[in-house]
Structure formats: structure tokens, C-alpha cells
Design a protein around this ligand. Structure first.
Ligand code: MN
Length: 284
């Protein structure tokens, strides 16, 4: 059964950090989410004034942040002394767990900066695990060449098509996330299995795309939540398309969010605030 468009969550222009301009779809107005996905931001600008102040030191607890750079670089540092330099095409997969305090600073003053930050919830039993992260550079992200000339980058989970199976560098997460970046040429089709037990959405950031059965045009710069089914079917028109595909197992747990803290109860949020204010937030 082909998955159709269920809900359209437009990316609304906003700013975060020290004034970085971005579009927030999931996690934006009314905090609309798609379990276990909490938030999706797309940042895209050719003007350094829109992003160069970056995201100075700030905390997270209870979930994972995934940063995917389409263009530009990002330097990050955290309280554990880790420092990383995320380059064009690279991904940082950070597990905040019980707590991390980090900064995320764009590293260029000229040129374009473009990418995504996605927040994925952790199950209750993993919210207080130790913080950690992986920096995955572009050369470590497998790229599948499609027969129709398109490409699929496999960031998390497994791309599988007939006899072909390509595993992304991120594996073994409880919610089993699938994260693909798909580039299609004009007048071409794409199909991928997304098991029915996963919640899924796509986000078109370039070009024009239709999905579903029957096909329906998909708005750009919006999180497109997919309905029931086990397959994504898409096709492009005269200009091609670039889009990300996200899917994962829902947690079905209560969510209480206070900014960068995402827990299951109000008491756990109060604990997070108290820990942060009293320097008990993180264990180094
Ligand atoms: Mn952050």
C-alpha cells in the first residue's frame, strides 16, 4: 500500500540561537510533532548576517540532535572537551542523554550555509544515558546511484531495493530511524519501502515532487507527514527534486518539553532546570 500525504506542516520562518534565521516545521507552531521526531529546522542563507552569530553554549537533555550540512561548515564544542568540524555534506549525530552543553557555530563569514537540524526523542529508559556524538563526514555517507540517474545518500538505517541493500553509518538506535537524502532528475520516479509500523515524513528542499497513489503535488519547505502504508512512491516533473526522507518507530510515551529539555514528566523537567542551574546537569 502506497503512503499518501496525511498532514502538511509548513516550515515557518523564525530564528533561534543568537539570531540564526531558519524555517521550523515540526516542533514549530503548537509544537506539532511526529513521534519520535520532535523538531525539524531548515537553515538556508547566502547572507552571513543571517547565521554567523550561531548557537552559543546551550544545554540539551533527553533526546538526540542530528545536524546535516548541505552547504557550509559548522564548528561545535561541548563541555566534555569534544570539538568537531562538520563540513559540507557531513552529519553530526549527537545523543544529549542526561545532558550536554555545547555550541554550534557556522565557520564561514562568506558564502552559503544550508542544512537541517532534526531532534529525535529518546525512550524514557534512555533519556539519562551518557551524552555522546558521532561526526560523520561526507565520504563516510554511502551514496547509491539510481538507474534513472538520481542518487540516494543513506545517513541512517538501510536503503533497500530488490537485491540491493546499503546501510548508513547510523545503526542500532532504539527507534530504528531511516534518514535518506534523495536527489532525482527531471521526469523520474522513486520508490522505497517504509514499513507500516514506522512514522514517516518527507521534506522537499529543491524542485518539484509528487507522491502517493494517486500522485499529489507536494509543497516545498514543509514536513509532509505520510499516512498508512508500507511504500513511498514519488515522481518528479520537469525540474527534478531534492528531498529528505525520515522514518522511525514511535515511542508512545508522554512528552513534557521545556525548550531544550524533553522529558516524560513535569518533575523531570524541574529536575533538569535545577540540575542545570546548580551545575549538576552533566557528568564529565
Ligand atoms: Mn544544540
Amino acid at each position: 500500500m502506497i503512503r499518501n500525504i496525511q498532514t502538511i506542516i509548513p516550515g515557518i520562518a523564525t530564528s533561534d540561537g543568537a539570531g540564526v534565521k531558519l524555517r521550523r516545521s515540526l516542533g514549530g507552531q503548537n509544537q506539532v510533532r511526529l513521534d519520535p521526531f520532535l523538531m525539524l529546522d531548515e537553515f538556508s542563507s547566502n547572507d552571513p548576517n543571517d547565521y554567523v552569530a550561531g548557537f552559543p553554549a546551550h544545554p540539551h537533555r533527553g533526546f538526540e540532535t542530528v545536524t546535516y550540512m548541505l552547504e557550509g561548515h559548522m564548528l561545535h564544542e561541548d563541555h566534555l572537551g569534544n570539538q568537531g568540524h562538520l563540513k559540507t555534506g557531513g552529519v553530526q549525530w549527537m545523543t544529549a542523554g542526561r545532558g550536554i552543553i555545547h555550541s554550534e557555530m557556522p565557520q564561514q563569514v562568506n558564502g552559503a550555509m544550508r542544512g537541517f537540524q532534526l531532534w529525535i526523542n529518546l525512550p524514557a529508559k534512555e533519556k539519562m544515558k551518557a551524552a555522546g556524538y558521532k561526526d560523520i563526514q561526507v565520504e563516510d555517507i554511502p551514496k547509491v546511484d539510481l538507474e534513472n540517474g538520481g542518487t540516494v545518500k543513506v545517513i541512517a538505517g538501510t536503503y533497500s531495493q530488490e537485491s540491493k541493500e546499503v546501510k548508513g553509518p547510523i545503526q542500532g538506535i532504539t527507534t530504528a530511524p531511516l534518514f535518506l537524502d534523495v536527489h532525482l532528475l527531471p521526469d523520474s520516479e522513486f520508490e522505497h519501502r517504509i514499513p507500516k509500523e514506522l512514522n514517516a515524513f518527507i521534506y522537499v528542499y529543491e524542485g518539484d515532487l509528487e507522491i502517493g497513489g494517486p500522485m499529489r503535488s507536494v509543497p516545498k519547505q514543509a514536513a509532509i507527514v505520510l499516512g498508512d502504508g508500507d511504500r513511498l512512491k514519488a515522481k518528479t516533473g520537469s525540474v527534478g527534486a531534492q528531498f529528505i526522507v525520515l522514518a522511525a518507530l514511535p515511542l508512545h510515551e508522554p512528552i513534557v518539553q521545556y525548550g531544550p529539555f524533553v522529558m516524560n514528566t513535569r518533575a523531570e523537567i524541574e529536575q533538569a532546570i535545577d540540575d542545570y542551574q546548580n551545575n549538576r546537569f552533566v557528568v564529565s
